[in-house]
Design a protein around this ligand. Structure first.
Ligand code: TRP
Length: 357
């Protein structure tokens, strides 16, 4: 066997853009997760939530509230993580994720995930973890410098546990997470080689074809830390205020001037959410020709967003009235999921010779 686990496994690409691309003898299992550190926003909606609502009809789908993973960089604010578990669950329910079709689970309540992580940590080197591009970028972003929590550095092993415990073959993630999937597959392959049989299942990263949604300020990424989001639970007034701030074309000074569409957030959002494509194309042509003011474009954008987010907000408020019920749904999902994870953990331990009684 070669010395460096990262160098030996360069099989086919771990990335796909359509769930249908996965051909397998057994039905595909999907697993996704979110760190519950803040409310979900339009970026999450475009990038993942919308497709989860679709996938739940076609696939076995697990959706993980990754609270343990969130602690790897929030140990000083465990309250925030606790609070956001229910907030994110409300967002899920509000957009139409159906807990009778999708299994929603809380990571920390499935101890087998921690158990698997402990074994997998022996199948990755510290050097490999330090080279993981996702981890590297996040270390810079969080300003850890040399004081990196060991749990943070090693969270790829934990994410490999999340994915493999449910034998997921498809993992819908943002592009930034692809290295996590590659590292998961390295662990899976190493483990199966060690076991001499396919105990664990390799997975593919399912990356959305539609790119990342920019923030309302025009920055490439919509993110809570940048303060440029429109949250799924935003009030009608918050939506109005956000649309006013939406970045358009700084060169479009007078109505009669030709406007530009590139980087124009108003049009990027309309592309993502306006279902009347013909009217939108006409509007774009008028804008680039000149003679169409930003205020008209924003009026349309506001109408589209209010119409889309109104029902989501209403459903969110309805569920929020009974958080006990929401917790009950999470408990049921977690218990169902735990049975699956426990079975995998037993198989893993058996393969490692850790069965005694
Ligand atoms: N790391 C993911 C993120 O930051 C969240 C996550 C945790 C996850 N466990 C997962 C994603 C398992 C996919 C599969 O977005």
């Amino acid at each position: 066997m070669s010395q460096d686990p990262s160098q030996q496994d360069s099989s086919e690409s771990a990335v796909i853009t359509s769930a249908d691309a996965v051909k397998s003898a057994t039905p595909a299992v999907i697993l996704t997760g979110d760190r519950p550190t803040g409310p979900l926003h339009l970026g999450h909606f475009v990038g993942s939530l919308r497709s989860r609502v679709e996938y739940q009809h076609q696939y076995k789908q697990y959706i993980m509230l990754a609270d343990s993973q969130a602690l790897t960089d929030n140990m000083d604010d465990t309250n925030k993580v606790h609070r956001n578990v229910v907030e994110v669950a409300l967002d899920y329910l509000a957009v139409g994720i159906d807990p009778s079709k999708s299994t929603i689970l809380i990571q920390s309540q499935i101890p087998e995930l921690a158990e698997l992580t402990f074994y997998y940590l022996n199948m990755v080197t510290v050097a490999r973890l330090e080279r993981n591009p996702t981890v590297k970028a996040e270390i810079v972003l969080r300003g850890f410098e040399r004081d990196i929590p060991a749990g943070f550095l090693t969270y790829p092993a934990s994410q490999a546990a999340d994915i493999s415990a449910f034998k997921a073959s498809i993992v819908p993630v943002g592009e930034d997470q692809i290295p996590m999937i590659e590292q998961t597959n390295e662990i899976v392959r190493r483990f199966n080689r060690l076991a001499g049989k396919d105990v664990l299942v390799e997975c593919k990263a399912l990356v959305p074809e539609i790119g990342r949604l920019p923030g309302i300020d025009g920055k490439a990424k919509m993110s809570k830390s940048l303060g440029n989001t429109i949250n799924l639970g935003a009030s009608a007034d918050e939506i109005t205020a956000a649309v006013k701030k939406v970045y358009t074309d700084p060169l479009h000074l007078r109505v009669q001037d030709p406007g530009h569409l590139e980087g124009n957030v108003a049009f990027i959002y309309l592309d993502a959410f306006d279902t009347d494509k013909a009217a939108l194309e006409e509007m774009k042509a008028h804008y680039t020709r000149g003679g169409l003011g930003d205020s008209i474009v924003k009026k349309r954008l506001e109408a589209v967003l209010q119409e889309m987010l109104g029902p989501i907000r209403a459903r969110r408020e309805e569920y929020a009235k009974d958080k006990g019920y929401v917790m009950q749904l999470l408990k049921e999902g977690t218990m169902r999921a735990r049975e699956v994870a426990a079975k995998t953990a037993d198989e893993v331990k058996a393969a490692l010779g850790l069965t005694y009684f």
